[in-house]
Design a protein around this ligand. Structure first.
Ligand SMILES: [Zn+2]
Length: 413
């Protein structure tokens, strides 16, 4: 009996020991790059020369910082250190005073003989428990992104905490697209979207605080697992769509969508704008070919096939900015949710709100129909972030709504 009991326990102990060993080895040799994992900061954190990191990662360009979301190999001997990574602007003495540590201990740890000597941009490491040394933009105490690997057609967010309330104006640029930046005292959120054709690039994320030199790091993007492909055939009157009216409607709506709409007007996670539907008849990003032409355009929203007259609901709180019948979109309502986020509901047979109305989540804004350029009863729901169409289904799945409010230290139910 004794042996019978003892052996499985021993075996379990041995197994758990083996598992822990394997996990520890894996995490010590490969990491996923986070914002602020510059070559210099990684070298300090793992006590490895930068040259060793370059030679272990020949697939990465040593002239650029490691891209956020990519995997990086470390030597098996790498030992992570905790502490603060700094590129000082004054002398080491000034840095020590501002961080409340002894200048001599920094000098010793960083191999500097005289703490009064100007630091000349040489990185400094200040040991401290529970802090991961990262090279963050000047004035940032923390910085994180909504997804380490970006996916085209989705909302992209960054959030951080500033060291002081008035650190200066913060600008954030992804590739050549300036993000919408919002702050609540020290808490800051940057938002944008990427188009569904964005692809597997490594755009550069650039953040600048006041007059400080910009901080830069590339960011890995990947294609989603699959896009839908749709071949549409237009005949008769549908083939003679008034292209000028389409362009005019689009231009007018973009004037609205490009406005930075002020504080967040939602306090809870977004919900579907329709409770009862037959199926999702077209997903966001579905590539579209017209009359056997190339797949040059994509579907800019989500289509819910539903019976005519089904109520259409506000997915979250906001203010109605459009409520009228449009040429392409038919019976249309657009809600401004704040922070540059707009949702639109199109092809409706009736409209139940007026511009300026403040709506609550679940409030009826209209009824499903087939008005405008539409071939059957359905609701087209679109969602724009920073004047870029994004996948509303992914937005719901990711919980971006609460992620953003958390970043601004506002409650989200
Ligand atoms: Zn549609």
């Amino acid at each position: 009996m004794k042996y019978w009991l003892a052996s499985p326990i021993l075996l379990l102990f041995f197994l758990s020991f083996m598992t822990q060993r394997t996990v520890a080895q894996e995490t010590a040799t490969r990491i996923v790059v986070q914002p602020g994992d510059s070559w210099a900061a990684l070298a300090v954190r793992f006590q490895v020369p930068e040259a060793t990191l370059h030679s272990l990662n020949p697939h990465m360009n040593p002239m650029r910082q490691p891209a956020i979301g990519t995997e990086l190999t470390l030597p098996e001997t790498a030992v992570p250190q905790t502490g603060t990574f700094l590129r000082p602007w004054g002398t080491l003495l000034e840095t020590a005073v501002s961080h409340n540590v002894s200048p001599w201990s920094i000098a010793l740890r960083n191999g500097v003989s005289n703490p009064h000597r100007p630091a000349l941009y040489q990185p400094i490491f200040i040991p401290a428990a529970d802090v991961t040394p990262r090279e963050l933009p000047t004035g940032f105490a923390t910085l994180e992104v909504s997804q380490l690997v970006g996916v085209p057609g989705q909302a992209i967010g960054l959030r951080g905490v500033l060291e002081v309330v008035s650190a200066g104006v913060v600008t954030a640029v992804l590739g050549d697209n300036e993000m919408d930046v919002f702050s609540n005292e020290r808490y800051l959120v940057g938002l944008t979207g990427t188009g569904a054709f964005f692809g597997t690039q490594q755009p550069e994320l650039s953040i600048q605080v006041g007059d400080a030199p910009p901080w830069r790091q590339p960011w890995q993007f990947r294609d989603p697992t699959s896009w839908e492909y749709q071949q549409l055939t237009l005949t008769g009157t549908a083939a003679q769509i008034d292209q000028e009216s389409i362009a005019e409607e689009r231009a007018r709506l973009f004037e609205i969508w490009e406005q930075n709409s002020g504080p967040a007007q939602w306090q809870a996670a977004f919900q579907l704008p329709i409770n009862s539907f037959l199926e999702i008849s077209s997903t966001f990003g579905a590539r579209r070919s017209y009359n056997s032409g190339p797949y040059r355009t994509y579907h800019e929203g989500v289509d819910f096939a539903a019976y005519g007259g089904t109520p259409v609901l506000a997915p979250a709180g906001g203010t109605v900015v459009v409520a009228e019948v449009l040429y392409v979109r038919g019976g249309a309502v657009i809600i401004d949710h704040g922070l540059g986020i707009y949702s639109g509901f199109y092809h409706m047979s009736s409209i139940a709100v007026a511009p300026g109305d403040v709506v609550t989540p679940g409030q009826i804004v209209g009824e499903v129909g087939t008005t405008g350029l539409s071939t059957g009863n359905h609701l087209h729901w679109d969602l724009l972030v920073d004047a870029i169409w994004i996948d509303a289904q992914a937005w719901l799945d990711q919980g971006m709504d609460c992620w953003i409010l958390d970043g601004l230290k506002r409650p989200c139910e």
